[in-house]
Design a protein around this ligand. Structure first.
Ligand code: FCB
Length: 474
């Protein structure tokens, strides 16, 4: 008989982020974030939707914690809204904002659920954008580290897993180069500065978190995607390598090797951020674990471009010579139009083992949007999502068997929520949210995932009866 695929203590969870679920944009003294501002600008979000109400979680987190417990999940990844804790991004602390996350953590632990705290999931305090230009300014990195320490000083006695930043590539690219996300800039000079300053923010925050949270394991979540050439031509292959450098290695190389990918850096000479001596030394080796967010793969074909770096139309860098294609008509696609390609998750996890020293890794996001029907008789049939999750979990077990150090898996998302520029049009949840009543209905995929997790964790004994355990990586 095969050895159990998942090691003891493996985290099976689900993820969310503050702006996408909380609502309460000004509740209890919260300051505005760049997403509060952005969504209120006409024409930015599908249907004019905003996160003002979202899934109402600021006013009631217990309902969702009860669902986590009902499903038997043992971990939950949520994010802290910086502007709830520091309405101006710096300066006076808003005690009521910090209290909210304190209560949330206690409630999770009481339900036997290990909290994974993300400190920055794109909702930068607007005051910092307005006053210093947000992450385009180097000072933002130090301010982030101050904020991280404030949160850790309060929660660090109970929270062991810290994710500093979520998907810095998306924040830099969609927010500062393509203008599709907040803060809505289209500026190639800002782009690489925001990349570097986010990495620096992570590196400055890591020791501050460890100083305040005795058991802190510090990670960062990257959106990683295997990138394939569209054809076997030399030009397409070179283009794919370049795109890989622009998406995956742009973060993996500095974090694990202490340098930016050379071929990319040479081409982007005009746009280099001011990297100071010591920055890359601080960034390299700053992780205790890597968070991997995986949705799909990309194809790239060569295209000669003038000018040298231009704004790219479809999500991955057209740096000099590459363009990505979303494979239209791929046999399986989600409602986002993203190809369902489970093998990509194995490829990424195996690559981390082969090329980056096999770091402890958590799949911190994986999931899919589908056109779910509204609940009928308490049921939401979503077989396509169930299959998506099953196929991707199979790839996690394959990666474990191949020796990759994977320690957890989080479905994106626990509940339907505000999907950025798509508003409420795209549903990623294991749980259906009726946005009029805030009624929750566990979808079939949620019931399936719960049963799967219970089966995997059965050996650990009855749940919910023991005292809160201190969060730790093992
Ligand atoms: C990721 C984001 C997350 C969600 C999923 C679908 O890029 O981190 O907030 O939008 O995509």
């Amino acid at each position: 008989m095969n050895a159990p695929a998942f090691p003891p203590g493996f985290c099976f969870g689900a993820a969310t982020s503050a702006y996408q679920i909380e609502g309460g944009p000004a509740a209890d003294g919260k300051g505005a974030s760049i997403w509060d501002r952005f969504t209120h600008r006409p024409g930015r979000v599908h249907g004019g939707h905003t996160g003002d109400v979202a899934a109402g979680v600021y006013h009631d987190f217990q309902t969702d914690i009860d669902i986590l417990r009902q499903l038997g999940l043992n971990a939950y990844r949520f994010s802290v809204a910086w502007a709830r804790v520091l309405p101006e991004g710096r300066g006076p602390v808003n005690a009521r904002g910090l209290d909210y996350y304190d209560r949330l953590v206690d409630a999770l632990l009481a339900a036997g659920v290990t909290p994974f705290v993300t400190l920055f999931h794109w909702d930068l305090p607007d005051a910092l954008q307005a006053s210093i230009g947000g992450f385009a300014a180097r000072d933002c990195a130090a301010l982030f580290a101050d904020y991280a320490e404030i949160v850790a000083a309060r929660l660090g006695d109970r929270v062991g897993h810290w994710i500093t930043l979520n998907e810095p590539w998306v924040f830099a690219t969609l927010g500062h180069l393509r203008g599709l996300h907040a803060p809505g800039r289209r500026n190639p000079w800002a782009f690489l500065r925001v990349v570097h300053h986010q990495l620096l923010a992570h590196a400055l925050a890591a020791p501050r978190l460890r100083a305040r949270a005795a058991a802190a394991q510090v990670g960062l979540s990257l959106n990683l995607s295997p990138i394939y050439p569209l054809t076997g031509s030399d030009a397409d292959r070179a283009a794919a390598r370049l795109a890989d450098a622009g998406v995956n290695r742009l973060f993996l190389d500095p974090l694990f090797r202490g340098y930016y990918p050379r071929e990319l850096w040479t081409r982007l000479r005009r746009f280099h951020p001011p990297v100071r001596p010591g920055d890359l030394d601080a960034i390299a080796g700053s992780l205790d674990f890597l968070g991997v967010n995986y949705y799909s793969r990309a194809h790239v074909r060569f295209r000669r471009l003038v000018p040298y770096l231009q704004l790219w139309p479809d999500g991955l860098p057209l740096i000099g010579s590459a363009v990505t294609l979303r494979p239209t008509g791929a046999p399986q696609q989600s409602a986002m139009g993203w190809e369902v390609y489970p093998a990509g998750l194995f490829e990424l996890l195996f690559r981390l083992k082969q090329e980056y020293g096999n770091p402890p890794a958590f799949v911190t996001e994986n999931g899919a949007a589908y056109h779910d029907p509204p609940p009928e008789n308490g049921r939401v049939p979503d077989e396509a999502r169930r299959r998506y999750l099953e196929q991707h979990l199979d790839m996690v077990t394959a990666a474990l068997r191949a020796g990759a150090d994977v320690r957890g898996y989080f479905v994106w998302s626990l509940i339907d929520n505000f999907e950025w520029t798509y508003g409420y049009d795209k549903r990623f949840g294991l749980v259906y949210v009726d946005y009029t009543s805030q009624q929750r209905t566990i979808k079939d995929s949620g019931h399936w995932y719960g049963a799967f997790v219970r089966q995997q964790t059965a050996a650990a004994g009855p749940r919910g009866t023991s005292a809160p355990r201190p969060a730790s990586i093992e």
